[in-house]
Design a protein around this ligand. Structure first.
Ligand code: ATP
Ligand code: MG
Length: 412
């Protein structure tokens, strides 16, 4: 794309309320703009990254037999009365009335809706298992929205629900999705720790969280220095220096950002909402459910927190909005055709952002530093002999390269 046509409102100063590095950079690099407290617009660059994360999620879900649907954000009170959560869910639930004074909420999660969608269909074990997911905007009136996309009142989540005829089948889905989540986060350039957690508001008996270890995280993780025991401190009650409950090791403590949370729900929703099926022996049973949430906008925030310096981003290739930043020091009538021809050639094999703006070189370089695409190609004085300056953002290495061989250096 040509930068003159793309809306990238970079800022010299971060907004005053931005406390953490990722929030400052995302605002300054023109990825997001706040609309109200905890409510953000994803600007074109930020939106491209969201789409990349979503593509990775779709690939890893579809190949494991999950199918995508899209449920309504607006949910009637009746369904929440059936599960008993209309009364239980506190002020975080965004409630509203329609013109006939009927109660609705904006979905913070979708156990009620999905159970109502499938309950008439799953009359027999022959219709099971089912694994259905969506990518959707969620609403929670958080007490303390903060750190940009980390804790929003409106945010993007992927939520998957599984329906099984047996505990064993649920256990298999749970294991499969644990592996899927680890793969998804790894592909997004994030190492995660799997941490046992409380089941909280959602209910059920087993839950695990996926944590990105980071000083700005709001969760405290207790983990063993010897085995792979790890649990949220809210759940384990352990402190640094305690003995590990699983081995001879010692407990360590660190902060983490929760990017995903998976639950074995069991029959909480199927019993209360009457989702029963006839099993292989002809008996009526409540279907056994699992739910699996992944915070997409929070994953974006965590990725920026991990892959940046104070000066700007350093995008992992799987997430980057464009692979190459083509930056002519000056575009003139003499070199314009050659620059556009190089841009067109490169665009055939990778995503390219051409800074064709009528700006000083200093301004262009500063913006390029901030936006942080993996490869920067500066078109300067050596362009007359066919050479450009290629910088690998990750290593910081810069070299002169001939335009004919340039594509071979640009590894997606
Ligand atoms: P938290 O403990 O951080 O409030 P949660 O346990 O209530 O989160 P879940 O219901 O498990 O969240 O939601 C699934 C995922 O959605 C979380 O793991 C997180 O990545 C993301 N998420 C939850 N709340 C928010 C929020 N307010 N803003 C952005 N992402 C969120
Ligand atoms: Mg959670």
């Amino acid at each position: 794309m040509k930068q003159s046509q793309l809306f990238v409102p970079t800022l010299k100063e971060a907004p005053k309320d931005a406390e953490v590095k990722s929030h400052k950079l995302m605002a300054r690099a023109g990825l997001i703009k706040q609309t109200a407290a905890g409510i953000y617009t994803y600007l074109p660059l930020g939106h491209r990254v969201i789409r990349n994360i979503e593509t990775i999620i779709r690939e890893e879900h579809d190949r494991r037999g999950c199918s995508e649907l899209l449920m309504p954000a607006l949910q009637p009170r009746d369904l929440w009365e059936e599960s008993g959560r209309w009364g239980q869910y506190g002020p975080e639930l965004m409630r509203l009335k329609d013109r006939k004074e009927r109660d609705f909420c904006l979905g913070p999660t979708h156990e009620e809706v999905i159970t109502a969608v499938v309950r008439d269909y799953i009359q027999s074990y022959k219709k099971l298992p089912l694994a259905l997911y969506q990518i959707q905007t969620k609403f929670r009136d958080e007490m303390r929205p903060r750190f940009g996309l980390m804790r929003g009142r409106e945010f993007i989540m992927k939520d998957l629900y599984t329906f099984s005829e047996s505990r064993g089948d649920l256990d298999q889905w749970y294991q499969t999705m644990k592996e899927a989540y680890t793969t998804i986060f790894k592909r997004c350039g994030l190492e995660t720790k799997i941490v046992s957690s409380d089941t909280g508001q959602i209910g059920g008996d087993t839950a695990d969280e996926f944590m990105v270890m980071s000083e700005v995280g709001e969760d405290t993780i207790t983990y063993c220095d010897q085995c792979d025991y790890a649990a949220n401190q809210e759940f384990s009650g352990l402190s640094a220096g305690n003995a590990c409950p699983m081995c001879e090791g010692t407990i360590q403590v660190a902060k983490g950002i929760e990017v995903g949370n998976i639950f074995k729900l069991g029959t909480k929703y199927s019993e209360s909402m009457n989702a029963y099926f006839t099993d292989r022996d002809g008996n009526r049973q409540p279907v056994i459910m699992g739910c699996y949430g992944l915070g997409i906008s929070r994953t974006l925030m965590a990725a920026v927190e991990q892959h940046s310096t104070d000066e700007g981003l350093v995008w992992p290739k799987a997430l980057t909005p464009f692979l190459v930043h083509l930056v002519p020091v000056k575009m003139t009538a003499d070199n314009e055709d050659a620059i556009l021809s190089l841009y067109n050639t490169l665009s055939k094999t990778c995503t390219v952002l051409l800074d064709d703006r009528d700006e000083r070189a200093g301004v262009k370089f500063k913006d390029a530093d901030l936006i942080g695409l993996p490869y920067r190609v500066v078109i300067g004085k050596d362009f007359v002999t066919g050479q450009v300056e290629l910088t690998d953002r990750t290593t910081g290495e810069t070299k002169l390269v001939h335009v004919d061989t340039l594509p071979t250096h640009l590894i997606p």
